[in-house]
Design a protein around this ligand. Structure first.
Ligand code: ADP
Ligand code: MG
Length: 240
């Protein structure tokens, strides 16, 4: 039986909100508006996952699937230094792939699973999980097919999380809620509908605060109390 590993986010407040950090064996989704910190959290996790267990890391490698071209290896350097790690060694343990279509994204996952069977990975990032689906299935009549393909992709991610005891961190966009109505104060919701809601175990809503501050709210998580945490995006990554 595999036991859960919790990987630090770099912020103690955020870790506490999450019950210790991002968990292996399940999917954690972060959604929120542009610049809310989803990708910066991904960069920080790329590093913290490689920390030893006693330092709240996962002692494992990282796989990063980038659909928006926003991964910056040079961002990893100051984050690694902040954690007292060798930046080149950290970069060597991040397997990076850019995906250009949803099919490409799916095929990359198949290849990664083969790699994970051979080497100790502890984190898989897909940033963003849904962007290519929204491009590749943009017509109104294609929604059912899109949701079916999205479900397939997410079930593959769940399988990887469970089979290799890795944390899966996915990012998602917010869309205007067509049923919002004029009295709803926050007419935004995560994209992906019921399919994504069902697949992601822990759903986090990120938003901008003052200056470099960001706020994370538990949107849905079976074992976590409701609550919020405030953190900062800095050159050294996510911090209190
Ligand atoms: P999202 O992926 O949610 O669109 P990002 O994770 O890319 O958002 O966050 C972008 C924000 O992160 C920027 O607006 C900036 O405030 C902050 N940021 C990015 N790089 C740095 C850095 N080197 N130092 C401090 N803050 C940074
Ligand atoms: Mg981003």
């Amino acid at each position: 039986r595999k036991s859960v590993v919790r990987i630090t986010t770099g912020s103690q407040a955020l870790d506490e909100l999450l019950g210790g950090g991002i968990e292996t064996l399940c999917i954690t989704e972060a959604f929120g508006e542009f610049r809310s910190g989803k990708t910066q959290l991904a960069h920080t996790l790329c590093v913290s996952t490689q920390l030893p267990i006693h330092m709240h890391g996962g002692n494992g490698k990282v796989a990063y699937i980038d659909t928006e071209g926003t991964f910056r290896p040079e961002r990893i350097v100051p984050i690694a230094e902040r954690f007292g790690m060798d930046a080149n060694a950290v970069l060597d343990n991040i397997i990076y792939a850019r995906a250009y279509t949803y099919e490409h994204q799916y095929n990359l996952l198949l290849g990664l699973a083969a790699k994970m069977a051979e080497e100790p990975f502890k984190l898989l990032i897909v940033d963003s999980v849904i962007a290519l689906f929204r491009v590749d299935f943009s017509g109104r009549g294609e929604l059912a097919e899109r949701q079916q393909k999205l479900a397939q992709m997410l079930s593959r991610l769940t399988k990887i999380a469970e089979e290799f005891n890795v944390a899966v961190y996915i990012t998602n966009q917010v869309i205007a809620d067509p049923g919002g109505g004029m009295f709803i104060t926050d007419p935004k919701k995560p994209a992906g509908g019921h399919v994504l809601a069902h697949a992601a175990t822990i759903r986090l809503m990120l938003r901008k605060g003052k200056g470099e501050q960001r706020v994370c709210k538990i949107f849905d998580a079976p074992n976590l109390p409701e609550g919020e945490a405030v953190f900062q995006v800095t050159s050294g990554g996510i911090m209190d």
